[in-house]
Each structure stands twice: as C-alpha cells, then as structure tokens.
Design a protein around this ligand. Sequence first.
Ligand code: GUN
Length: 286
Amino acid sequence: MKAEILDGKNLALKIKEELKREVQDLKNQGINPCLAVVLVGENKSSQKYVSFKEKTCKELDIKSLVFRLPENTEETSLIKLIDELNENSQVNGILIQLPLPKHLNQNKVLERISPFKDVDGFTPFCLGRLLIDSPLFIPCTPKGVIRILDEYKINLEGKQAVVIGRSIIVGKPLSLLLLKRNATVTMCHSKTMNLQDITKKADILCVAIGREKFITSNMIKKGAVVIDIGINVTASGKVVGDVNFDDVKEKASYITPVPGGVGPMTIAMLMENTIHAAKLQQRVAI
Ligand code: GUN
C-alpha cells in the first residue's frame, strides 16, 4: 500500500481564497478585521511563526498589529498590554505566541484575554465551551486537523483514534474534537507504557510530541490514517515531522506531509477565527 497524501498546503490555499473574499465583504460593510499578535522574547521558531502570521494577514487584507516585547518583560507590563488590547474596539483577535519565557505565568497571562477575542481558543472560557460541545473559538491546529480529515471524507465515527501529546495547544483540544465526532479516543503521552501496543490499534493516529521521525511503520496498523503535527528542525536545518514519512507512507492509507500538511492549516484556521471574532464583535450573522 502507498498512502494518499493529505495536502494541507493546497487546502489552506483554497480556504484562504474564500476568506479573502469574506474579508472584502466585511470591509464593504465597514468592518475591518484586525489581529493583534504578542511575541515575548527571542525564540527563533516563534519569531518565524509570528512573521508568517503577519504575512498571511497581509495576503488576506486583515490588519495585523505585532507587539515584539523583550525577553525580560514583566508580567504586569504584559497584562497591561492585554488589558489595552481587550479595550481597543479596533482589535478583534488577540494571540499571545507560546511558549512564553519561563518567568511569566502562562495560565495567568492567557486568562486575561477577553474570551471574545481569544482567536487561539486557549482561555479557560473557550476551553470550557469546547468541553461542553458549545465552542466559541476552536484552537487552530486541532481545528485544522479535523478540517483536513473532513476534506478527504475520512469517517471518524466508531474509529479508534489515538492522540500522542497532551498539550493545550494540540493534544487535549484535538481529543475533544475527535470525541465529538464519535471516535473512540485514547490519549498517550511521555509516561505512557507500551506505546506501540496502543498506536498499533489506531485507525487514526495523531502525533504531536516534537520528536523527530519518532513514529515508524512498525508502530502503526496497516491502512491507518496518520496525522503528523510535529515541526522539528534537524541538525542540517531541514524541517521534519514526528513521523518517519518515507517509512510510514508505505503502510498507511493517508498521511500528512511535513511541511505542507497541518502547518499551513493552522494559519488558515487562525485567519478564520479572526474573521469569526470580527463578526462576533460586530454581531454580524454567523
Ligand atoms: N505556539 C505553537 N503553536 C501555537 C499556537 O497555535 N498558538 C500560539 N499562540 N502559540 C503557539
């Protein structure tokens, strides 16, 4: 068997074209979507992601405000900035790039964002709404994963879905979304024993652990759908996923490549959430 590629790059392009038209429609109604992005410190990956978000906003004619703050920013200054952005009626969405420097309390910072501007969906309010199946904003990466599965008409009902990784950014919300689609969900993490026994039973295997080419063909079931959410930079500067693509593609039925899989979908979903925020705040029918 040779797996079909789940082409997130092309799907993201298609979605962005639709969103571009939606932004113009909103602008014709006097609504100008605006995303504020806050980056604290010098993390190289974060700098790249933030530049990419800025560039995509520009492509879609969404206004972006990027706040690049020094590594030693005090929590009170960051909270003050969030309060100002919450109050600013021109700003529809607020995103705090993660991870934050160690001296900042991530939960305390994220909690401060108005849930109605929380385009990442990481506030307790938004995560709670997701938990009760009444989402306000769905975190971008998990939302992108489900959108790819939908595009390729991959049925989740009754299937064994295994998620490796339990972060707020990916693993936990993705598990809830898969559960909502009636998959039987198993969550694995760094302390899971006999991981391979579990991954081998997965019809859908989603991997978000940040370990280069960790998943090999002997860990998967023949015909599994494999979703690689890892972005790792090798010693030679190449971007690779958490899945050994060349090996696993021979045994899986579908697989996302890295790059060109989930990554571009995350940004597209961020743009979608920003437009959703603009509509929510203007009370346009959604
Ligand atoms: N860092 C890695 N992924 C993400 C994301 O989706 N949102 C934010 N804010 N930070 C991240």
